[in-house]
Design a protein. Structure first.
Length: 344
């Protein structure tokens, strides 16, 4: 039986850092952030923050320009960090598309949230996630986690990293207490010593390391297959495949430009302030941007990776049953062909 315990409510009441999503609605009024008036379809896309290909597309109006020929526009929506923290928004139709990873989509489907993956990318940032520990915890290896408390975002990347690392190291799963917390709450719990370790990723992971957290193992070190993806609410994918495909096409074009000129894709809106990077962190972000891989349609190999994550979750009681790749992946090219045949 897995050991998961929630922290006191005070830890769960912390402010959230904005991230992203995408939903579809009809409308004709002009939206904040540059969306043009008169569009028949509004794609509510996650606010990408201050860096990356999607941020540049937001700043320059690239998405709206491309979508205008389809009678569509974009509304930028702020959400909370991490795919699994926004499942309620998918359920209520307030969020339709968000970037993430395989693991939280597997977790979402186990909760009957109607989302599917329609694009993925080959690994390039496996050093940007892993397990970190408080210096005074005495944790220096995965084996040292036995008897300790580790924060994980439940049924998401954090829990996947933890289960994968413990299994690989031969550490009994039940010997480690997994504390289910989303990223914002986990950051506070970690900094105040309410947990000994934290399975984290991306900006929160790098920020914690910069403040002195000890890196125990990275995704690369455990052979993670939890690749970066774009997922969408199933209803939106089925009803608006052309608009979603256009969004993906623009993202692919901008991502290629980011790979060629990564410095231009950092500090997109703000050069100074809390969201802006500087010094070594900026240098590291630029170096990472030069390694970025582009989004593509999922393959049979991707489906096998998804199934391995679902099997690990099922074996450890995170989800009730394993899932097939076809349960998780949406065939966008087939949907486009079907829409074309129907004259949509």
């Amino acid at each position: 039986m897995s050991r998961l315990r929630r922290l006191p409510r005070a830890a769960a009441a912390l402010a959230m850092i904005p991230l992203a999503g995408l939903a579809v609605a009809c409308g004709s009024s002009e939206e904040p952030g540059g969306a043009s008036a008169g569009a028949d379809v509004t794609l509510k896309v996650f606010d990408p923050g201050n860096s990356g290909a999607i941020a540049v597309g937001k700043r320059d109006g690239t998405y709206d320009d491309a979508l205008a020929s389809l009678g569509a526009k974009i509304e930028w929506v702020k959400t909370t960090p991490g795919f699994s923290s926004n499942l309620k928004l998918f359920n209520t139709g307030e969020l339709d598309i968000q970037t993430g990873a395989y693991s939280p989509v597997v977790g979402a489907l186990s909760k009957d949230v109607g989302v599917r993956i329609f694009a993925t990318s080959d690994p390039y940032n496996k050093d940007q996630a892993g397990i970190i520990a408080r210096p005074e915890s005495g944790i220096r290896t995965v084996a040292d986690l036995a008897g300790k408390r580790i924060a994980v975002n439940p049924a998401g990347k954090g829990e996947y990293i933890t289960l994968k690392a413990l299994t690989q190291a031969g550490v009994p799963i039940d010997s480690v207490e997994r504390v289910p917390l989303q990223q914002a709450d986990a950051a506070s719990a970690f900094s105040t010593g309410q947990v000994d370790a934290w399975a984290s990723f991306l900006i929160p992971y790098q920020e914690a390391k910069a403040k002195g957290a000890v890196e125990i193992v990275t995704e690369a070190g455990i052979g993670s297959v939890d690749s970066t993806i774009i997922a969408g609410r199933t209803e939106v994918l089925e009803e608006h495949p052309e608009e979603v495909a256009k969004f993906l096409e623009v993202t692919q074009q901008l991502t290629e430009k980011q790979r060629q000129d990564p410095a231009s894709f950092e500090n997109v809106f703000e050069k100074t302030g809390p969201r802006a990077l500087s010094g070594q962190r900026l240098d590291d972000a630029i170096e990472l941007g030069g390694r970025i891989t582009n989004f593509r349609y999922p393959t049979a190999a991707d489906a096998a990776d998804l199934e391995s994550i679902a099997a690990l979750f099922a074996e450890n009681g995170v989800i009730q049953r394993p899932l097939k790749g076809s349960d998780v992946i949406f065939d966008l090219p087939a949907a486009l062909d079907s829409a074309s045949a129907e004259g949509k």
